[in-house]
Design a protein around this ligand. Sequence first.
Ligand code: GSH
Length: 279
Amino acid sequence: MGIETIGTWKCFGGTQGIYRHASEATGTDMRVSVFMPPESASPPPVLYWLSGLTCTEENFTVKAGAQRYAAEHGLAIVAPDTSPRGEGVANVDDYDFGQGAGFYVDATQAPWAEHFRMYSYVSEELPALIAKSFAVDGSRQGICGHSMGGHGALTVAMRNPQRFRALSAVSPIVAPSRTPWGEKALAGYLGEDREAWLAHDACALVETRGWGGDILVDQGTDDEFLADKLRPELFEEACGKAGVPLTLRMQEGYDHSYYFVATVIGDHIAWHAERLKRD
Ligand SMILES: N[C@@H](CCC(=O)N[C@@H](CS)C(=O)NCC(=O)O)C(=O)O
């Protein structure tokens, strides 16, 4: 399946592009942002970025300021939309469920099961499409994300360690089976069997599957969602039990916005670049 260019712009010596393609996983067109760093002797490693509630491929692209760091470190960045969209795609008038809130799962419940297959999309279809369509090193891939996208990054990586070798998150949802955003989404997409939710719960996954490397998480202390919806201390506890090295940085005074993402994105890109360039 081909990829269609919506627009490209020269940026920090590289190319920022927005693309569209027909997705087999979702049965819809999907839009994706791809930054390619300045050309170098070898194809760049790839960092996947998964965005949070209400986002499209655009929020990260225009707000995070990631391109400067990706160009410096020679990393490609791929940032997909957060759900299928369009005519004939189910939706509700909620910011935290339905379109813009795919939660990186494959829905099993009607009417969502038909198109809401974001797990298959980001873990299988998108990496294959990117490796085919861009001059990148598909054997060196990392994944990172924000909020719902932090949940996506943690869970997709731990379920696909052969595909992703570096992992970090900003303000992630870490225990969706026990916190409000996650409980609503997992019940809606996967049904009431809470056992099935654990396959998409970072705390449960780190205890059952572990992770072969270390994990970086940044979290603002003034985040309005910290106490009830994010709860990074649960992930810290789970990583401790599993013996997985976690660097959890509680960043004083920052909230949940992209101003925080922009503040820490340089560290995350450097962190991924270091791990992805190791032999
Ligand atoms: N206050 C937000 C809650 C959702 C939210 O904070 N979304 C975060 C991710 S969980 C985001 O990245 N929003 C888009 C942006 O800031 O550009 C709303 O109701 O729209």
